[in-house]
Design a protein around this ligand. Structure first.
Ligand code: SF4
Ligand code: SF4
Length: 370
């Protein structure tokens, strides 16, 4: 692993970016100067402000995908994650609430759900298989996606997931190491052998009892490196044969809404992802709102660790009312007035709705036309 990190050769550029990052106007000007992508976003933000917002809002009350926090409990302590700072109660969503949410979502046209919470591993949710099979029994919902570190992705869970009949399961493994040492550095726990065993079983399953509805992706969190052992040879063979997908962040991670500092990230051999300048609403509110395990709705399923972006509570209002409600509109408006919440100020996952490359402009998942 490259211990010095991705940007180590560009120390002076990195330093300069860190300085200008402190001043939003200077930061915007620097980004406009160096990036044609930011210039396009700025153009859309300036000249197509209402048109593009109205276009996205015409999908209301339906988000592109609804995320559901089955649990916020995790069995890992990744260096790029703020899980160890979580103050909210650690809990699991009751099955009755899950069923109610799904039924309401179906009634507004929902076709896709995500089970990846802000923090927490879906495989730590004792109802995971029950939830998957309930959703699988509903024709309208075609897609379930979630990430797992795979520490608790044991044989029973793999077997249960592979029993799905109609729904596509996008199962992504967040994989942070090439051996016990790198795994412990990145994922914070000594579980490389468990993960290797679980992934080997998953590969066996794909080989011997494939289910075309289960789409597996390995998402490498480490900087790219060739690992020369039989396990990685097997993994690479599956990738080459297109039996599984893969993705890599090349070791680049964000600061989790400002909760993880650059020094910690770089000490682990990873590199810091600089935020885009804030130009209009974050796309997450349209494509990735989250139902918390207690039934409240958070506008963001990404980096809002303590769930401060609450736009409603399903104990008091319906999903439809919440997704057309004033709190959501106020949150969107706060970006135009540059009064967005603190967690958004420091967030480098932010993506503007005026960036036409954003997933929010893909008419798929719940926005797919039949
Ligand atoms: S990134 Fe995911 S797996 Fe890692 S500690 Fe956070 S919640 Fe757990
Ligand atoms: S800016 Fe970050 S914290 Fe705020 S809504 Fe977007 S992804 Fe969430």
């Amino acid at each position: 692993m490259n211990k010095k990190g991705f940007f180590s050769k560009n120390k002076s550029i990195r330093k300069a970016m860190q300085i200008v990052e402190q001043s939003p106007n200077t930061y915007l000007l620097s980004c406009l100067f160096v990036s044609s992508g930011i210039r396009k976003i700025f153009y859309n933000y300036t000249f197509r402000k209402k048109e593009l917002l109205n276009k996205l809002s015409s999908n209301d009350p339906l988000p592109r995908n609804l995320y559901i926090e089955g649990t916020n409990i995790c069995n890992s302590n990744c260096v790029f994650c703020a899980y160890d700072k979580l103050k909210r109660p650690k809990t699991i969503m009751p099955m009755e609430l899950f069923i109610d949410i799904i039924n309401q979502y179906v009634s507004i046209g929902g076709k896709a759900i995500g089970l990846t919470p802000i923090v927490g591993d879906p495989c730590m949710d004792r109802h995971l298989l029950e939830r998957i099979h309930y959703v699988d029994s509903i024709k309208q919902i075609r897609n379930i996606g979630f990430y797992t570190n795979s520490i608790a992705l044991d044989k029973d869970k793999v077997d249960g997931i592979f029993e799905v009949k109609d729904t596509i399961i996008n199962l992504s493994v967040s994989f942070g190491g090439y051996d016990s040492d790198t795994f412990k550095t990145i994922m914070g726990v000594d579980k490389f052998d468990t993960v290797r065993e679980n992934i080997n079983y998953l590969l066996d399953k794909i080989e011997n009892q494939p289910n075309k509805n289960v789409v597996v992706k390995i998402d490498f969190r480490c900087p790219n490196e060739i690992a020369n052992d039989t396990f990685f040879h097997r993994l690479n063979k599956f990738i080459d044969d297109k039996k599984i997908k893969h993705e890599t962040l090349g070791g680049r991670v964000d600061s989790f809404g400002g909760l993880i500092d650059k020094e910690t990230i770089e000490a682990a051999g990873l590199s810091y992802r600089f935020p885009s300048p804030k130009l209009g609403p974050c796309d997450i509110v349209f494509r990735k709102p989250l139902v918390l395990a207690d039934g409240r709705i958070n506008a963001c399923a990404e980096r809002d660790l303590e769930a401060s972006l609450i736009i409603g509570d399903t104990k008091e209002q319906s999903l439809k009312e919440i997704f057309t409600g004033q709190k959501k509109k106020d949150f969107i408006q706060s970006f135009y007035e540059h009064k967005y919440p603190n967690v958004c100020k420091k967030c480098s996952v932010y993506q503007s709705i005026y960036d036409l490359r954003s997933k929010v402009w893909k008419n798929n998942l719940s926005w797919a036309k039949d």
